[in-house]
Ligand binder design. Structure first.
Ligand SMILES: Cc1cc2nc3c(=O)[nH]c(=O)nc-3n(C[C@H](O)[C@H](O)[C@H](O)COP(=O)(O)O)c2cc1C
Length: 317
């Protein structure tokens, strides 16, 4: 039962992603919600389906030179470069803080080698009960080698299998759109033992100041996000869903890319997503995720739908 300011309606927003149960299908995407501290003052974070903090690596990373973010038409171009304090500080300093907000925490990790999976496995096991799931980021375009595991199906399968072997957590693999056939990579992740795939990370792009003949990002190229990439993300989720169906794979897909409203979310469900992540919208509208959660039961009721799960993969074409 959802309590709404105007009326009470019986509506199921709960979703089941394998063994992971979420109260609603709205998560906040890695790198776009900080470690939630600033956002906690803005709304009650326990309303979220889940939170995915910034990707963490085994050793701390300073990230790229500045400027590392620039606005573009209907989008944001960034080349942060996985700036983070490393897994040890994440587990001792950030995680206890994140847990206070009452929403499931999905830890986003990136690795440089199969051996790093083993290290992550060991470290995450010690905090197993505080972590709802793991998202393996094989898709960061802003670090050297950041997408290697996300662009080659064999490497992707191998790294997912390695991570699978060291963690019992629900394992979601985050894919890059910067490939010719994203569905092939998604299939590789499924073969490696992923419990879900999330798509998409940012699209490689560039912004140029022609007067000074200079790139606007110190890294020259970066990842484009925001409303500009929604059609690309929808296409990716659609292609993955169709490929999964064709091959009898039934792991869930989590849609990401330009989602800023409940309508956007529903589009992703129709093409095959079971849940979504909100990214760039958090920057220009910090309550975007909450607004979507509050609007969702209303819009479903207006359309005679009483369970959000009904919509997944209902595209007619
Ligand atoms: C500033 C910024 C930092 C990001 N950092 C990460 C990150 O650390 N790990 C990750 O998996 N994705 C990262 N992303 C990608 C987002 O999680 C998301 O996949 C992407 O932005 C597309 O969604 P959106 O259009 O809703 O932003 C970042 C995106 C932005 C804009």
């Amino acid at each position: 039962m959802i309590k709404n300011s105007a009326f009470f309606i019986s509506m199921n927003l709960k979703i089941q992603l394998g063994k992971l149960t979420l109260q609603n299908p709205v998560m906040v995407a890695s790198g776009t919600f900080g470690y939630a501290r600033e956002m906690a003052a803005v709304f009650d974070l326990s309303r979220l389906g889940a939170m995915i903090p910034k990707t963490v690596t085994i050793t701390p990373r300073e990230g790229n030179q500045t400027p590392r973010a620039v606005e573009t038409t209907a989008g944001l171009l960034n080349a942060i470069g996985l700036d983070n304090d490393g897994i040890d500080r994440f587990l001792t300093e950030k995680l206890p803080d994140l847990k206070k907000y009452g929403s499931p925490i999905i830890v986003s990790v990136a690795v440089k080698s199969p051996e790093e999976c083993d290290l992550f496995g060991e470290k995450l096991r010690k905090k197993a009960s505080e972590i709802a799931a793991v998202e393996l980021n094989v898709s960061c375009p802003n670090v050297s080698g950041g997408t290697d595991f996300g662009t080659d199906p064999m490497l992707c399968e191998e790294i997912v299998r390695r991570m699978r072997s060291v963690t019992e957590h629900f394992l979601m693999v985050k894919l890059t759109p910067n490939v010719t056939k994203i569905a092939e990579i998604a299939m590789a992740a499924a073969r490696g033992g992923a419990d879900a795939v999330s798509a998409i990370n940012t699209c490689l792009g560039m912004s140029v100041d022609w007067r000074n003949r200079e790139p606007r990002l110190a890294n020259v190229v970066g990842g484009l996000s925001g409303p500009a990439i929604k059609p690309i993300a929808l296409r990716c989720v659609h292609q993955i869903y169709q490929e999964f169906r064709k091959n009898g794979v039934n792991i869930p897909i989590v849609g990401i890319g330009g989602i800023a409203s409940a309508e956007d979310l529903l589009e992703f469900l129709v093409v095959g997503a079971s849940a979504v992540q909100i990214g760039t919208a958090n920057f220009y509208n910090p309550t975007a995720a909450l607004q979507i959660i509050e609007r969702l039961p209303q819009i479903l009721e207006e359309n005679g739908i009483d369970d959000v799960n009904e919509l997944t993969g209902t595209l007619k074409y």
